[in-house]
Design a protein around this ligand. Sequence first.
Ligand SMILES: NC(=O)c1ccc[n+]([C@@H]2O[C@H](COP(=O)([O-])OP(=O)(O)OC[C@H]3O[C@@H](n4cnc5c(N)ncnc54)[C@H](O)[C@@H]3O)[C@@H](O)[C@H]2O)c1
Length: 333
Amino acid sequence: MQILVTGSAGFIGFHLARRLLQEGHAVTGVDSFVPYYDLRLKEARHALLDAEPGYRGHRADLADPAVVERILAEAQPEVVVHLAAQAGVRYALEHPDSYIASNIQATFNILDGLKRRPAKHLLIASTSSAYGANETMPFREQDPAVTPLNIYSASKLATEHMAHAYAHLWKQPITAFRFFTVYGPWGRPDMAFFKFTRAILQGEPIDVYNHGQMERDFTYIDDIVEAIRRLIATVPVPGSPACASDSLSPVAPYRLVNIGNGQPVQLLDFIAAIERAAGRAAIRNLMPMQPGDVTRTWADTTLLQALTGFAPATTVEEGIAAFVAWYRDFYPA
Ligand SMILES: NC(=O)c1ccc[n+]([C@@H]2O[C@H](COP(=O)([O-])OP(=O)(O)OC[C@H]3O[C@@H](n4cnc5c(N)ncnc54)[C@H](O)[C@@H]3O)[C@@H](O)[C@H]2O)c1
């Protein structure tokens, strides 16, 4: 298939594009190389993709509608996996405007561009933080999500709603997925697992928010990629729910799917796994809760399993060992 992957120099987009290329698909990637974190990492990911036959990469800003128009016309994608975004909960406190351009405007441009050149399936990344202040655990797709706690979450909820409206109006099949704290090799330097590993290996202190009283449903990158590639083939069809708790819209070819591990891990246990993999003890700097953050995430993965027959199962022990091995290789001491 002709598949367009946005955010292809990013953590998840890179892994997905690489996997799709290995399976023989023709992949077009788009990324604007936002300097939000170490650009060498984005360049290195991009170089690996660029070396693959079947890959065509664009450096371009999806917030510009003319760019989106041009890339859709050239790539003629059958499937679009839209992962490009300004991510990060903490950065959103200081740079809220980036989330409007890269999340809301860019997603709108893709939806509107596909109105003129429909794809068989558009898949859009959202986030577990869309559940905001919800306290019912595990988080289920059908639970109302109306209490975003930061502009990142609000921007992602907006993209989900725009996607539903476009799926309804223009019959473009769309799956939106909510990822739960993704980690693994080639990961994001702004995320805790990366910062902790770097600090522990360098003998520097780590900032542990809410005094470590946090739980996250950490999901390993290979599990995320496996779930996405299975969901690509699972096009939402109105009136054909996969299970009783399907989030399938009654009025549009649209559904929302959690992609999480389904097993929250205590932050302090997660840090202990990094310590074991690194062979060094962490120096913990216990901090109060960060504004805009949540203490706990936990995905209900019933729908993902019903749709794909797959549920993420990589343990933090295995996943962190793979990440620390990659880190040592990429950043030799
Ligand atoms: N990694 C996680 O734990 C996690 C959790 C929940 C949701 N998500 C979502 O998954 C998606 C992928 O996340 P990631 O972890 O790979 O992040 P990432 O920051 O590594 O990748 C996103 C990529 O999008 C690119 N980008 C940003 N704005 C752009 C624009 N206007 N035009 C073109 N490219 C642009 C960036 O340069 C970056 O390379 C994002 O939508 C993110 O919000 C990620």
